[in-house]
Design a protein around this ligand. Structure first.
Ligand code: GLC
Length: 537
């Protein structure tokens, strides 16, 4: 049996921005339920939902206050159960996002920890540590939060005195959990069971490399070795996944874990994908790769080389809710992405970006392994770079002193129709969407693209259908074909070839039939620049 997750096309739903069912301007489960037929017709195999749990939304739901309930903004637990059942009825599997590295500062455990006072056992589930300096006025170590600024915040005790500091690798509203504490481990095992009992087909593990911390929480120092940081990829983390894997495997169905493992070396990532740990991980090397043939071939090779020893399937992804939408990235002078870089207002050529994104879609959807489609990829949505400062909600904006524009630009509510105040995101008479949509998105709406044979949506639908019909049965390997320095070209099986041209026009093989092309071939037999074709040989 081939496991579905070895070759699945998984659609990422950022619930807040997908579709609004109740008219409050925020996406919700009712909105998703009403669009399930759209997702089925798109031709994906599964849905991954960004966190939908009770949350103050300090970080878009990655600050979870109750892992066993749905935020009222999105709906109710009963509705989530209904949604899971309905998705299954449409042949769509469901993955939920598990956020184990940290919880919300409004989670019952953290509130209890603060209330319990210095030295209380409730504080041991987190990292409460006395400060340095004469009166503890300096943070316990030099760790910097991924969102900027110190990773520590000092507690003010109930009597007004200054207390110890607590660790938060992200925003201060996201205290890190202490995974050395048995109650933390037991709690998450129970949360896994809670959702498995409700029929989910698996989990996306947030910050999967981050849960364990090096004993003693040592300083990073001025010139750290990025492959050996004390707050990521510590060996103890693998025990956690081994225990989770046993739980998952004790359930029926073919359920799966995908890890957000974001580490510098491919060998580090592969260790999370050993047969008794996670099943797959997002391929961030591919997501970050510039639009350059040699670089792309290199990443494909290193991905296969990294995954082979552990037998895990590769995955491919171009964009997600944390990155710059690739239509915009590919239209820039620097087409790479680096999570550590600040998101700036770099100019981008929209025509070029769209053309490359279409070619990249055919590349990504034809590589062996799993593939992720971020909501709006199929509509060719660009990054919205000019949100007014006052509307930006991503904590990275404030924490970087406004230098980093943050991630809201890839989280704009989807345009479903070409008219109306929210382009069909919300029902008539609703509140304005939580982030404004650019006016020219009317022409990018799903309904505007639906019947257009040249639209992004048509391209994605056709490619996903062909992928399902013909490609998933072609095995898990590819054979490189040398079609020129600026091409990415490979065969799968005897009859299928993908050819992507990033340079001057190249000739198509004379005996090949074009199954699909990302752009019109003006001259027969010639593949223009920034164009991909799927060929039948
Ligand atoms: C992951 C999520 C991101 C979130 C962070 C903290 O990187 O993808 O959106 O801000 O974890 O939970």
């Amino acid at each position: 049996m081939t496991h579905w997750w070895r070759h699945a096309a998984i659609y990422q739903i950022y619930v807040r921005s997908f579709a609004d069912g109740n008219g409050d301007g925020t996406g919700d489960l009712a909105g998703v339920r009403s669009r399930l037929p759209y997702l089925r017709e798109l031709g994906v195999d599964a849905l991954w939902f960004n966190p939908w749990y009770t949350s103050p939304m300090a970080d878009g739901g990655y600050d979870v206050a109750d892992y066993r309930d749905i935020d009222p903004l999105f709906g109710s637990l009963a509705e989530a159960e209904q949604l899971i059942t309905e998705a299954h009825g449409h042949g769509l599997r469901v993955l939920v996002d598990l956020v184990p590295n940290h919880c919300s500062d409004q989670h019952a455990w953290f509130r209890a920890a603060l209330a319990a006072g210095p030295g209380a056992p409730e504080r041991e589930r987190f990292w409460f540590v006395p400060g340095r300096g004469g009166s503890g006025e300096l943070p316990p170590n030099d760790w910097v939060s991924y969102f900027g600024g110190s990773a520590w915040t000092r507690v003010t005790e109930a009597d007004g005195s200054a207390g110890p500091w607590y660790l938060h690798m992200f925003a201060p509203e996201q205290p890190d959990l202490n995974w050395e504490h048995p109650e933390v481990r037991a709690e998450f095992e129970d949360i896994l069971r809670f959702w498995l009992d409700r029929g989910v087909d698996g989990f996306r593990i947030d910050v999967a490399h981050g849960l364990a911390k090096k004993p003693g929480l040592p300083d990073v120092g001025p010139d750290p070795d990025v492959t050996d940081l004390p707050y990521q990829d510590c060996d103890e983390v693998h025990d956690i996944y081994r225990s989770w894997r046993k739980i998952l495997d004790s359930y029926d169905g073919d359920r799966t874990f995908v890890g957000e493992v974001w580490l510098p070396a491919a060998e580090q990532t592969a260790r999370y994908l050993r047969p008794d740990e996670l099943h797959s991980a997002f391929n961030f090397d591919f997501l970050c790769c510039p639009w350059d043939a040699a670089a792309l071939r290199g990443v494909v090779d290193s991905t296969f080389a990294g995954h082979a020893p552990v037998g895990a399937p590769p995955t491919w992804v171009l964009s997600n809710h944390d990155t710059i939408r690739h239509v915009t990235r590919y239209g820039r002078e620097d087409t790479s992405f680096d999570m550590g870089d600040k998101r700036l207002l770099d100019p981008s050529d929209p025509v070029l970006g769209r053309r490359r994104a279409r070619a990249a879609a055919l590349l990504t959807l034809s590589l062996p392994g799993g593939v992720y489609v971020y909501q709006g990829d199929e509509l060719g949505l660009p990054e919205v770079q000019d949100l007014p400062d006052a509307l930006i909600q991503d904590p990275t904006f404030e924490r970087s002193g406004g230098v980093d524009r943050g991630r809201d630009g890839c989280r704009i509510p989807l345009p479903w129709q070409s008219g109306g105040p929210s382009l069909g995101f919300s029902p008539p008479g609703a509140k304005a969407p939580w982030l404004p949509q650019p006016a020219d998105w009317a022409e990018l709406s799903a309904s505007a693209q639906e019947a257009d044979p040249d639209s992004f949506l048509t391209l994605y639908r056709a490619a996903l259908a062909l992928r399902r019909e013909r490609l998933t049965s072609l095995g898990e390997t590819l054979t490189w074909v040398d079609a020129g320095r600026d091409t990415v070209c490979f065969d799968r099986g005897d009859a299928f070839r993908c050819l992507v041209n990033l340079g001057d026009p190249v000739a198509l093989p004379p005996d090949a039939r074009v199954l699909m092309a990302s752009a019109e071939l003006d001259e027969p037999g010639v593949l223009p620049r920034d164009t991909a074709v799927w060929l039948e040989r």
